[in-house]
Design a protein around this ligand. Sequence first.
Ligand code: PLP
Length: 419
Amino acid sequence: MSSSENKVRNLRSRFPSLERIENGHRLVYLDGPAGTQVPLEVAQRVAECLIHHNANRAGKFITSQEVEQIMAEAHEAAADFLQADEPRSVAFGPNMTTLTLGFSRALARTWSPGDEILVSSLDHDANYTPWVLAARDAGLTVRTIGIDPSDATLDMESLESQLTERTRLVAVTAASNAVGSLTDIPAIAKLVHRVGAELFVDAVHYAPHRRIDVVGWDCDYLVCSGYKFFGPHIGILYGKPDRMESIVPYKLRPSPDTIPGRWMSGTQNHSCIAGLTAAIDYMASIGEDPTDPKPMATRREKLDLAMDWIEAVERELIQRLIAGLKEIPKVRIYGIVDPDKSHLRAPTVSFCIDRVDSAIAASELGKKGICAWHGNYYALPLTLALGTEPNGMVRLGCMHYNTTEEIDRTLEAVRWIAR
Ligand SMILES: Cc1ncc(COP(=O)(O)O)c(C=O)c1O
């Protein structure tokens, strides 16, 4: 067994759900893009907060002060995860969609009728419709960045050609949750800033696969979601501190005027926020090498190493999966399939089986213990552009906890369905 396989085995032992057997089949979780599995230590941290530190904030007693500490730790952990300069530039909320809907209303206050925004066909609807609705209310024109349908990647020419001095915002994903295509966020940020516009990045699908770097990328705003990277259901919103201070949120009078509190409405989900810190610590622990005489000092350094390792492990899985799918007659894959371009994709693949409805294919996979998603996974702008509505596609998403045996079992099942 290689050292990498050994490491995967050790990591898997931290996820009780990976042991589950149904109808004689050990479950294969390839539904990670819809929500990953959770290590025991994360669930324990959530429970620990509810059992021992259950209080509201700002009280003059010990459990309330402990919750303050839990929140401070979570802002610190999230800043490490996103490589933000300041913990206060990160706000939490129920999920990415709710945060984006709320933030879009507030940002729209800074726009004027006749201004323009750009959304993309590669995106999940959560980074599309909030902006379309906000633009409609504020009298803006909405333009759509197209895709190259041959490999379902963002069309950079379409983006560049539609940027004007009236563009106020570009909203784009860092990785497609449907087909895995990555976008070049630093390059997009440069183009967007050249015309004086701002960039809002959806990193929900990107987060479990690659290292986010809000400062290095120079994005103005970024969102992601804890349950997509081994944590609980918590949304995360980053914004450049000066903008988060100057934009006026829709908020209640008792909410603080300072960041990040002015962007965090109502009582927060403290226990899940504690679990989010644990999820980030879990990911950082992947970067630890117990045999290294000079162990990494900081969580950021560990996360750097962890994400490099995750990328390498996942690349092997996705290459094996795509190579196998390509050999199955009647299977049509959407997205990048060239193994030489696998650095340009996340390990998520969508495909159709000729004359088989995606729901039926997913249901047959489910009977064999393989958890796969079907339909459009809310990536409606993309599935409309690809023409896969209404039957949809089947999606298989690898995570670092998946194994080559699981990929082979899945390929065998797809072969059986296609026959
Ligand atoms: C790429 C992408 N963006 C946004 C979302 C919405 O995230 P949330 O469920 O946290 O609202 C999802 C959820 O599937 C997603 O995959």
